[in-house]
Design a binder for this molecule. Sequence first.
Ligand code: AMP
Length: 216
Amino acid sequence: MRLIFLGPPGAGKGTQAKALAQEWGVPQIATGEMLREAVKAGTPLGREAGRIMESGALVPDEVMVGLIAERLRQPDAARGFILDGFPRTIAQAEALNHLLKDLGQALDAVVYFDVAEPELLRRLTGRRLCRQCQTAFHLVSAPPQRAGICDRCGGELYQRDDDSEATVRHRLDVYARQTAPLLDYYRGRGLLSSVKAEGSVPSIAAAIRRAATEAR
Ligand code: AMP
């Protein structure tokens, strides 16, 4: 199974990718999480990416392509993957085509998460994540049992720096300008499957399973 999860920030790509990757025994390759790890570790990549991420802009294509090229060459990605947050520009999509061709692999489908903008704003500004296992909660619609503590692993919950309302609006704008053109790009290649990503987490997962199965 080789899938891309495409959609605006707050569409639920990470939540679904985490669960379905585990179910299918393939890695979830989440570029935002990889960058946040690099920031935390203070690596040169983290120092370069940190400031850009805080502003809500995109990290340069060549940096992202280098990162994903290295990740896709790891043995665990040979049997499949879910790309979560990559590609985000046409240039990244073109680079991914070349990379997969070199690896003798092909995409099965691109799953588009369709969510209305007011719902994205609501989800992102109330989002809290576990520092340890990255599980997502929501202050109102999916609160943890104990405030500030992850139900799954007991880790501390935090709000991402880029989930403030002003930065969220900027990220949605960046998405509309730089990432949304990928919908036509993949539709034109017969790879796009659209899923209404509002409703319960299990019902959206079921719709993604159907889309992925039909694509194979
Ligand atoms: P995410 O966790 O997917 O919302 O990503 C958080 C931030 O990381 C984004 O707002 C970007 O600054 C950066 N980022 C993640 N993936 C990419 C990518 N494929 N291209 C450029 N920047 C990215």
